[in-house]
Design a binder for this molecule. Structure first.
Ligand code: GLN
Length: 496
């Protein structure tokens, strides 16, 4: 395929088409996410769904996890049937329909149908639009390609920022106006994509890859697959039978999905290590990908509580008055995107500056830093929760400081982990390993929902403890990365 208009300084125009489409998609996704748990836990008398916090947390986890899990079949469909371009467009249509359904006031059934549409559509859109960004550049345009992705990440966060401001504002008047605005956002994205992609994306992402590339097939061993499925089913049956989970409740389904993700991912890695036809160096590198997967899942399980437990904390225990105006709780979600927009270039420049002085902070240390920053953010929340437990509302400053620490953590861990995963992966498993990256996000989101479900506004005294546990887990994981760093580095070989 030809790479349109790749001048020496200018980015291909297609980048701005993808930027705009993704900006509006994220406007709808994060805008809606900012009001999701608030809507679900609001009393029916105030036009909410009236779910318990526990159920709402589980639904939040199941929904956000599905969004990321669906990128696996979404990528497969694009590679094998639609091509990326059509997949992105159809995905956008499904997302818009989903938000329109959410805009219909009505029963939980209508609501869950809307969520399912958004999850399916995002599965088709999110991964494939990033693949298209990569395809705009030739393989050897390393630094420029990275710069392209940084610009794209700005689009993501600009959309998130605006969505998290305007959707919660409208939702103050009426929930369904908020959901409707998310649909309008996606409509803008679709229009931009439809109008400009024929010209500026040209042939990129039109043909499904499998037809054009004739890539080496990866084998999967059917007896191992059956074995893994059997283990999953037996474990679920035992847990249900012994009463540890109850799959007739949303929480039980979320716990079961968490277990399924963990077991299947472990089985997948074991299979690749023993039957993947890899040499010893590649095996070590795949081992590192697994370690990074665990790290990123732990990171998101804290970070993604932004729209579960931290959102509830903003609503119930935070003084949100600015002068005489009370800021809607969901609007505080926009703080993360604002910090990302401000600090992404600064952190990027920092790594470059340090490298120029021969200080190379390698991946394991960045993971350690990210996890410790996550823990530090929750440490602030322990303090805020103690204030709330004593009967006064916490200041907005606490959440803003927490989001600041989390945003710097995100910048330290997320882009680095993604790029390390792609470099560590044996070529023939690249697609699957990128999929594993999204599975890490799915698992993290799921756990974030389940933890958020424990956040009982009636039982304020428990709150500091919930946050404290997150501190221990994330700081503990950070320390493990710190200590294991030298070994991980050896296994990474020539990948930095
Ligand atoms: N905020 C980023 C995005 O929406 C990353 C989210 C994630 O990977 N969990 O693309």
């Amino acid at each position: 395929t030809s790479k349109p208009s790749e001048g020496s300084f200018k980015h291909p125009k297609g980048l701005y088409v993808l930027f705009t489409a993704e900006m509006w998609e994220r406007f709808s996704y994060y805008g809606m996410r900012a009001i999701l748990i608030l809507f679900m836990t609001t009393d029916v008398a105030f036009e909410g769904l009236g779910l318990t916090t526990e159920t709402a947390g589980a639904v939040y986890g199941l929904y956000t996890a599905s969004v990321y899990l669906m990128t696996l079949p979404g990528g497969w469909l694009a590679d094998n049937i639609f091509g990326q371009k059509k997949a992105v467009f159809y995905g956008g249509v499904l997302i818009m329909i989903g938000h329109l359904v959410l805009a219909i006031p009505g029963s939980p059934i209508i609501f869950f149908t809307g969520l399912a549409f958004v999850a399916l559509g995002t599965g088709l859109l999110k991964g494939n639009i990033s693949t298209l960004v990569g395809e705009l550049y030739s393989k050897d345009s390393g630094a420029k390609r990275d710069a392209g992705f940084s610009i794209f990440y700005m689009g993501i966060n600009l959309g998130s920022f605006l969505g998290q401001i305007f959707v919660p504002l409208l939702a103050e008047y009426n929930w369904h106006l908020g959901f409707g605005l998310a649909a309008v956002g996606m409509l803008f994205g679709l229009i931009a994509f439809k109008v400009y992609s024929p010209k500026y994306l040209a042939e990129i992402g039109v043909e499904p890859k499998v037809k054009s590339a004739g890539e080496e097939k990866t084998s999967s061993n059917s007896s191992i697959t059956i074995f893994i499925i059997a283990i999953v089913l037996i474990s679920l049956f035992l847990l249900q039978f012994l009463g540890y989970i109850d799959v007739t409740t949303a929480t039980g389904i979320a716990q079961a999905l968490g277990l399924i993700i963990v077991l299947i991912t472990m089985g997948y890695f074991i299979n690749i290590l023993f039957n993947g036809g890899l040499n010893i160096i590649e095996k070590k590198q795949v081992g590192v990908i697994f370690i990074l997967f665990v790290g990123i899942a732990i990171f998101w399980s804290g970070f993604e509580q932004a729209a579960s437990s931290l959102n509830l904390f903003a609503r119930d225990f935070t003084d949100r008055f600015i002068g005489g105006w009370e800021m809607p709780a969901g609007m505080l979600q926009s703080v993360n995107s604002a910090f990302i927009i401000i600090f992404a270039p600064i952190i990027g420049a920092l790594w470059v500056k340090l490298a120029a002085r021969n200080i190379n902070i390698r991946t394991p240390l960045k993971f350690a830093l990210g996890l410790i920053l996550l823990g530090a953010g929750f440490w602030v929340m322990v303090g805020a929760a103690n204030v709330a437990a004593s009967g006064t509302k916490a200041g907005m400053f606490a959440l803003i400081l927490t989001y600041f620490l989390h945003s710097i953590g995100e910048l330290t861990i997320s882009p680095v982990g993604l790029s390390a995963t792609s470099k560590l992966s044996p070529a023939k498993y690249l697609g699957q390993m990128m999929g594993i990256w999204f599975v890490g996000a799915a698992l993290g989101n799921l756990i974030a929902g389940l933890i958020g479900g424990n956040f009982d506004p009636e039982n304020v005294l428990e709150m500091p403890n919930i946050f404290l546990n997150v501190v221990w887990v994330s700081v503990g994981a950070g320390i493990i990365f710190l200590v294991a760093g030298p070994f991980i580095k050896k296994w990474m070989g020539d990948v930095n």
